[in-house]
Design a protein around this ligand. Sequence first.
Ligand SMILES: CC(C)(COP(=O)(O)OP(=O)(O)OC[C@H]1O[C@@H](n2cnc3c(N)ncnc32)[C@H](O)[C@@H]1OP(=O)(O)O)[C@@H](O)C(=O)NCCC(=O)NCCS
Length: 159
Amino acid sequence: MSDIVIEKAREEDKADIFRLLKMANMHNIPSPEMPELTYENYYVAKVDGKVVGFCGYKILSKTEAKTELMVVDPVCRGLGIGYRLQEYRMRDMFARGIKTLTTNTDLPETIAWYKKNFGYQEVGALKKFHEFGDPNIDTWTTLQVDLDKWQKTQERGQT
Ligand SMILES: CC(C)(COP(=O)(O)OP(=O)(O)OC[C@H]1O[C@@H](n2cnc3c(N)ncnc32)[C@H](O)[C@@H]1OP(=O)(O)O)[C@@H](O)C(=O)NCCC(=O)NCCS
């Protein structure tokens, strides 16, 4: 596969981003689950100039942030694109002094992916306001990771 390039998302990427979000049933924006797309801390993954992944985050306080959205085109999954996007946003937040990162997610395989690859732990659950993501799952599993600890594992070359 050609190189994966991670870039800051721009307004011009909106149509591509919504095409991806629709594939994961995360396109109901604005809505109580996702009031707006701000483009402040959003990133796209491109392969051969084509947008194949998208993710973002939101700063909550000096030391806390939460991830916002994450989707990889189903035909491009399992190639490390999601890993690159997640690693990129975690590094970005760490560099900005964020210590505690929260992620709400629904699919069991995605929960396992975050735990295995990025050191997240389950800290709770949250009822969805309405359908968003998997229509068969009505609850978000809340995951958290300590970015200082994660950074140390990165320095040691572990995941
Ligand atoms: C979760 C999601 C973003 C992961 O994206 P992805 O690009 O498939 O992720 P990766 O390729 O980095 O990792 C997927 C698996 O493929 C493996 N993989 C990575 N590179 C690979 C390669 N070159 N060849 C084969 N497999 C590879 C990884 O080891 C990983 O396996 P693991 O789960 O056992 O660790 C994607 O599945 C998705 O969009 N899911 C639906 C929406 C969703 O749940 N979003 C999250 C909301 S919070």
